[in-house]
Ligand binder design. Structure first.
Ligand code: PLP
Length: 426
């Protein structure tokens, strides 16, 4: 069946537009094609919209729903905690139990600091790095996303003035001077900045796999090079593993690539869809939050989300999870490549574990500029055809798999990709 229209979603959108800006809860969701959909629920890898259509879900809440929707053990863990209250603003043992689970999975981490969102966790990581080094600026790489805050949004996408600097109206231009922007993979420029006196660099931030702009893996030796440079110059190395953490391996990029940063920023998959984030890493840096570095948060260490995190990490620890992610991710990527080849449409498909990136119109993608060169207009039209055939995907080309996606789901989806490509080209 091919869906022609979404009348109930359209009606819901008309209603939400009267109370929410753009009818959505974050601006990006307004850009979903052909218009935002509204859902009544999800189960495993599927979502059902208000019109009663069912979709295989590759959006997964923009990443967190790594166990699929309504995972029984996660649901039970949250339900078991709820009668005991939703937040205490004081100590309880789930804080330590969840922290111990993180420390056990990510080598080199000694402490965990709980937060609620990835944006906030990156900001406190920056403050900690500044406190630890006595320096002000930080290096970030073009196209890397570390949240929507003023300093971190610099260099994510070309902004309102068309340059890769400020990303948003209303962003404080003074923060531009805090950032030194480098191209992903450019170790020489990074080294130059770190070793020139007076650059005042406290930290190097990166997505160890550039998931937000093309799922670009680090060039061979690059993460090791960053580690060495940071060691030599006393700079804090921060891996923003909001996407990669607990997803591309049990210890994220740290165990997948064998490089240990000073701080790891975590969110999304860590609590299976509940609002939890963390900074994990060296005790001598993180212990500063009780020695002069201010980090506060009413919901920090919330018992409900920590119960969710413990259940999620336990489920991800079951045998075979990461092998299955790799195998199914590869099957989806291979199927995508084969479908594009059949229609003779150039494409680059990247895959790291359960994260897949489709870049139509691009024959090779190594850099942020290659990502920007992808034919997004074509991809937008493809996503509508996929949606009409029951496959729900993100704008921009990234796909996420959960533990709930089966081989049969992937096979069904690959057939839908083929058919949708045909319809897009018609
Ligand atoms: N860092 C990365 C790599 C992300 O992908 C995101 C969100 O997508 C963030 C930080 C910000 O996290 P949050 O949306 O929880 O603030």
């Amino acid at each position: 069946m091919v869906i022609e229209a979404w009348p109930a979603s359209r009606q819901a959108w008309e209603r939400t537009k009267a109370s929410l800006s753009g009818g959505v809860s974050t601006g990006l969701r307004a850009s979903m094609k052909p218009h935002p959909l509204f859902f009544r629920g999800g189960s495993g890898p599927r979502l059902t919209d208000l019109d009663g259509n069912s979709y295989v879900d590759y959006v997964l809440g923009w990443g967190p729903v790594i166990l699929g929707h309504g995972h029984p053990k996660l649901t039970a863990a949250v339900a078991a905690q709820l009668p005991y209250g939703s937040t205490y603003g004081a100590g309880h043992l789930l804080e330590a139990e969840a922290a111990e689970a993180v420390l056990a999975r990510i080598p080199g981490t000694e402490r965990v600091l709980w937060c609620s969102t990835g944006s906030e966790a990156n900001l406190v990581a920056l403050r900690l790095a500044r406190a630890a080094t006595g320096r002000r600026r930080f290096i970030k790489f073009g196209g890397h996303y570390h949240g929507w805050t003023d300093p971190m949004l610099i260099g994510y996408r070309p902004g309102p003035d068309g340059t890769l600097g400020l990303g948003s109206l209303g962003q404080n231009p003074a923060t531009l001077d805090d950032v030194r922007l480098v191209a992903w993979g450019d170790l020489d420029t990074t080294a130059g900045l770190l070793t020139t006196s007076g650059t005042d660099i406290a930290a190097v931030f990166c997505e160890p796999v550039l998931c937000n702009s093309g799922v670009l893996e680090p060039p061979p030796g690059f993460l090791e090079g960053l580690r060495e440079l940071c060691d030599d110059t006393g700079t804090v190395l921060v891996f923003d593993e909001v996407i990669t953490g607990f997803r591309i391996d049990s210890g994220g990029a740290v165990t997948r690539y064998g490089v240990t940063p000073d701080l790891v920023v975590l969110a999304k998959a860590i609590a299976g869809g509940f609002p939890l984030a963390a900074v994990a890493g060296r005790a001598d840096i993180l212990d500063r939050t009780t020695a002069g570095v201010v980090h506060a948060g009413t919901y920090n260490g919330n018992p409900v989300v920590l119960a969710a995190a413990i259940a999620t990490l336990e489920a991800l620890g079951e045998p075979g999870v990461y092998d299955d992610f790799e195998r199914r991710g590869r099957a989806l990527a291979d199927g995508m490549r084969a479908a594009f080849a059949r229609y003779d449409v150039p494409v680059t498909v990247h895959q790291v574990g359960p994260v897949v990136q489709c870049l139509p119109g691009v024959r090779k993608a190594r850099t942020f500029d290659d990502f920007l060169a992808a034919d997004q207009e074509f991809y937008d039209r493809l996503t509508v055809q996929l949606l009409r055939r029951g496959v729900f995907t993100l704008p921009g080309g990234r796909w996420y798999l959960s533990t709930a996606h089966t081989d049969a789901d992937i096979a069904e989806t690959v057939a839908v990709i083929d058919e949708s490509l045909g319809a897009t080209l018609d």
